[in-house]
Design a protein around this ligand. Sequence first.
Ligand code: FES
Ligand SMILES: [Fe+2]
Length: 399
Amino acid sequence: MAQDDLQVMRDLIKTHREGFALDRHFYTSKAVYDDDIKAFWNHNWIWVGHVSQIADPGDYFLFDYGPESVIVVRDREGDVRAHMNVCRHRGSRVCLEKQGTARVFSCPYHAWTFGLDGKLRGGRAMGPEFEPKEYGLFPVQVQIFEGLIFICADENPPDLADSLAQLKPLAAPMQLERLKLAHEASYPVPANWKLAIENYLECYHCAPSHQEYARSHSLKDPADVEKYADALRDRSAAIGLPIEELDMTGPNAAAPGADVYWRRYPLFPGYDTGSKDGGALAPPLGVLTGHDGGATDLAVGTLNYFLIYADHLVGYRFIPRGLQETDIQIAWYVRDDAEEGRDYDREALTWLWHVTSLDDEKIIRHNQEGVNSHRFVPGPLSEMEWSLPGFYQSYFNKI
Ligand code: FES
Ligand SMILES: [Fe+2]
């Protein structure tokens, strides 16, 4: 049955009609979901956090998705490493605490003990033939871009380095390596992870669904983006931001899974940043000299999305927990020397994307409910959903 389901999926990929939504099978089959984790999530880069969250040797946090769990840790030498949180003896989770500081990781089952580098230090009563070096934790690839940590469980991950090198000069004045986490929140939604990403990728729904966002952000209407673009370019240049854009979205044949996208778009007049009243929320990032009233849409690979205002960065992940269970995880970062209460107010900082995510939770849930109906037939996409075909193509690469 599961095999049949995967064959149905392959056939649907072959017959997919460009410019149309995906068949319900992609969102309702448990076999497709399991395959999504194994063949897509485990082969793509996933943004998991910022280097400031594991500042000292031994600091670690766990990052979980689907059935997978990864330990992200700073080792003795100060390098960020990641290991599968799966014991090489009989498979227990090795590390149970979500975050902390460790000298070693000792398996709670039979006490095999692993160093921060993932090497097995020793196993009790394993006999003279036992070779600890053959049983280290499986390594997970790590790539750091301006302090943002990406991991990939595959030994041969997509080659993201060239794409990131092109982003570097655009991001440089924001000094993203000098950020600190101000707040994290998780919004569970009873829907397949793909519906959550698709919802993030299009702003066709913004005007009808997001009152607060639509009041301040021009993206809900392409004509407005156009109208305010020139003035924004001048203001961005004036605060020290490069005004180039980078669009390498869509199936990147040379390096599938290494697509990047960087574009700054205008907020409406009167808005310095994504705040309720339009006022600044925190000190400008990096070496920026003020607020330009713009927001940078940044995508890295297929799974990682960021919105960067002049004074804070918001990161988004859409973490699969089950076939129709997804956590929308949002993290807000400010400049590392900003102090809560003095330089920013946490509630004001997180207001916009909190209320917007509550709206999104509803529309994504209702989307899944409708897609579950046997009468659902994929309809045509709007031109405002231009980014969905690229997402589908990148997803289809999993086979
Ligand atoms: S499963 Fe970890 S030591 Fe046995
Ligand atoms: Fe939305």
